[in-house]
Design a protein around this ligand. Structure first.
Ligand code: CO
Length: 137
């Protein structure tokens, strides 16, 4: 089986209404008492990250009405929000995907949690799954 372009699963984003309640239950699930907490004001998100070896599970709540995660919660309710893949060079991957006819949400990378550069790809291109690409600093 081909291994492709070195994509690695970085994290799974889960949209939640009540971050405190979600943290309590996922802490019990994973046996991790204190997940990493981070508010990213630019995106209007309050994130709790649980590290499972190389993959993070990120519980994401909205910090304000009208943020992208708030709009998702209003429309779809709680659940898996996106799957993120780590890439070596996000700018060149975006150029390659645009060339391949993939619908991009972000034409240029922006700042995400953990100091990463991130870009979202449209769920319409991936069977309803919102895909995020990210590159470590
Ligand atoms: Co993400």
């Amino acid at each position: 089986m081909q291994t492709g372009r070195g994509f690695k699963v970085s994290h799974i984003g889960i949209a939640v209404d009540d971050i405190a309640g979600a943290v309590e239950r996922y802490s019990a699930l994973f046996g991790i008492a204190s997940p990493h907490r981070e508010v990213v004001e630019e995106q209007g998100v309050d994130v709790a990250s649980f590290r499972l070896e190389d993959v993070l599970v990120e519980l994401t709540a909205s910090t304000r009405d009208g943020s992208p995660i708030d709009r998702f919660l209003q429309k779809r309710g709680e659940g898996i929000h996106h799957v993120a893949f780590e890439v070596e060079d996000i700018v060149s991957e975006l150029a390659r995907l645009r060339e391949a006819g993939i619908r991009l949400i972000d034409e240029v990378p922006r700042d995400g949690a953990h100091g990463m550069k991130i870009a979202f790809l449209h769920p319409g291109s991936f069977n309803g799954v919102l895909v995020e690409l990210c590159q470590n600093p």
